[in-house]
Design a binder for this molecule. Structure first.
Ligand code: ZN
Length: 208
């Protein structure tokens, strides 16, 4: 017996796909495009970090006359067994970002990879500023910078605003290493309260 052709219009079979596409677009808009959106879309980020933890290198900002950078820290950390394989590359550097004394922001390990910067809290992003901001360990300022530089704080603020927007973090999700461990990191000279106040202001406001 000869089959009769399907009398339905070809578009009919496309409606479920179109509806799904519309739903995905709505979810994408709410989750990424609208920073004032609800928080339910946090769950859509597969690798959403738990928050952000700030550090200092507790070292001099220069080594043999060269500014300390992410490649040097990566080499330093290579012997510590903190390395991680991520998407075909090995990363030794414990942090997700390093901010040099001149303010340049350098990527460390990718945001999707766990850190190696805070025991028990490596599901947080780790951002490290080059310098030693501890008055006990760097009393006379023999390690420079002894205070975060203006360039470091400006670029840190910009980076934090970007990450807070991306992951829908508030200032409550921002911490210092010392908040979780017996350490002074990132040092008592790090202006954490001032930074938090700045981040509460809308972007374009004063920087610390
Ligand atoms: Zn630290």
């Amino acid at each position: 017996m000869r089959r009769t052709p399907n009398p339905r219009r070809p578009l009919d079979s496309l409606w479920p796909a179109l509806l799904l596409l519309a739903a995905l677009a709505a979810v994408g808009w709410a989750g990424v495009g609208n920073r004032y959106g609800p928080h339910w879309h946090r769950w859509l980020f597969r690798h959403r970090p738990a928050g952000i933890i700030l550090h200092h290198t507790a070292s001099d900002g220069r080594r043999n006359g060269t500014p300390l950078d992410a490649a040097m820290v990566d080499a330093d950390h290579a012997g510590k067994g903190w390395g991680i394989e991520y998407q075909g590359r090995t990363y030794h550097i414990a942090y997700h970002y390093l901010i040099r004394a001149d303010g340049k922001v350098e990527p460390g390990r990718p945001e999707g990879a766990p850190g190696a910067h805070t025991l028990g809290r490596n599901d947080y992003l780790g951002i490290c500023l080059v310098g030693n901001f501890s008055s006990a360990a760097n009393r006379s300022g023999q390690m420079q910078p002894a205070y975060p530089t203006q360039a470091q704080m400006e670029h840190l603020t910009t980076l934090l605003r970007k990450l807070m927007h991306k992951y829908d973090f508030t200032v409550e999700d921002l911490h210092r290493h010392r908040d979780f461990a017996q350490t002074s990191c990132p040092g008592d000279r790090f202006p954490f309260r001032q930074l938090v106040e700045t981040l509460r202001e809308p972007a374009g406001g004063p920087t610390p």
